[in-house]
Design a protein around this ligand. Structure first.
Ligand code: ADP
Ligand code: MG
Length: 340
């Protein structure tokens, strides 16, 4: 029964932004250069995410919305080196389970025509027909949470926050995927809100575009290198940090963006809490007093070779477990000490 299935799911989808996040991650994983998000009536009436990525091969389509189906890991041994956002094969199944309607239109280069598939809550294909889209995939979800009155009521209450959440989500993924064009359209009441992030050549350009030139102008790009004899479990850190020679007060309250292998880490427990504390401490000890900086913007991406961490801690994939966290801290401190 569908509701039992949803209760027993490993990944529990509780809000509209969870759905958008998972669909955007799938679109990025498909090597898209265009990703468009549209929300009808603040998402309550429907969420559509369209991409121009590689599409879904015919052989994968029957399984794609089944629990634990993923095309992104060949075997369990690949997990330590996974570079895609997805690897658990849970999102589409979890989304189908909470939606009254889910359809996926897809076309690969190998297909003469595209096909739209309609799914049941169990993730089975109910019907399909030929359509003629360009290459890529479009996922549309409707009648969201209709079997879950509390989540639906909560989503309705949160609806006014959704445009800001979407904007933040797009900014978060655009920063580490600068070559992708992201756009969103949120229709709610009489208002229509658009966000567009044009592709750029590098992370700092996208930061400049999304957060403001004054932000990127007040920051400094630094990166640590892999060790000379790079072992398989080595890592490097790149960062865009408040520049001590600039007007850093502008960076106050602009938020910080921490990634591990381009994966946004929103789950600030354990190790990540230590990282945020360390970065803030270095910045504020050096600049806080003279500039009234208290909550500075910064960007940090910890880029790892295979085997440095286990990414499979949380269904939402936003926390990792490092094999040797002391090395991460040592590298980070070296980098921070070179600036402050
Ligand atoms: P995961 O991303 O962890 O593999 P999902 O449930 O999110 O699991 O997606 C299941 C599978 O469906 C993916 O592994 C992929 O093969 C396919 N898929 C989903 N969305 C897309 C997309 N936008 N483009 C191409 N393939 C997709
Ligand atoms: Mg996924």
């Amino acid at each position: 029964d569908a509701s039992v299935r949803a209760i027993s799911s490993g990944q529990v989808i509780t809000s509209l932004i969870d759905i958008v996040k998972e669909l955007v991650e799938n679109a990025v994983d498909a090597a898209s250069t265009f990703i468009t998000i549209s929300l009808e009536y603040n998402g309550m009436d429907g969420i559509t995410v369209k991409d121009n990525g590689r599409g879904i091969p015919v052989d994968d389509r029957r399984s794609m919305a089944k629990r634990y189906y993923t095309s992104k890991l060949e075997s369990f041994e690949d997990l330590p080196s996974v570079r895609t956002y997805g690897f658990r094969g849970e999102a589409l199944a979890s989304i189908a389970a909470i939606a009254g309607e889910m359809s996926i239109t897809t076309k690969t280069d190998a297909d003469k025509v595209g096909t739209i598939y309609y799914f049941s809550r169990e993730g089975e294909i109910i019907s399909q027909k030929n359509v003629s889209p360009a290459r890529g995939t479009t996922v549309t979800i409707k009648k969201i949470f209709t079997l879950f009155p509390v989540r639906r009521e909560n989503a309705r209450k949160q609806a006014t926050k959704l445009p800001a959440q979407i904007k933040h989500l797009i900014t978060t993924y655009a920063i580490v995927n600068p070559s992708i064009r992201f756009s969103s359209q949120v229709k709610g009441g009489s208002k229509l809100r658009d966000t567009v992030v044009a592709p750029t050549k590098q992370v700092t350009d996208t930061i400049s575009q999304t957060l403001g030139k004054e932000i990127s102008n007040s920051c400094l790009w630094v990166e640590s290198k892999l060790s000379e004899d790079a072992l398989s479990n080595d890592l490097r850190i790149e960062a865009f940090l408040p520049d001590p020679s600039k007007n850093v007060h502008l960076l106050n309250g602009k938020g910080y963006f921490i990634y591990i292998d381009n994966r946004p880490t929103t789950c600030l427990r354990g190790n990540l809490k230590i990282i945020t504390k360390l970065v803030k401490q270095y910045i504020l000890n050096s600049l806080g007093e003279s500039t009234k900086l208290s909550d500075p913007f910064y960007y940090l991406n910890i880029v790892c070779l295979k085997g440095v961490y286990d990414p499979n801690l949380e269904p939402s994939k936003d926390a990792v477990l490092f094999r040797d966290f002391d090395t991460v801290v040592a590298k980070l401190e070296d980098l921070l000490a070179s600036v402050y």
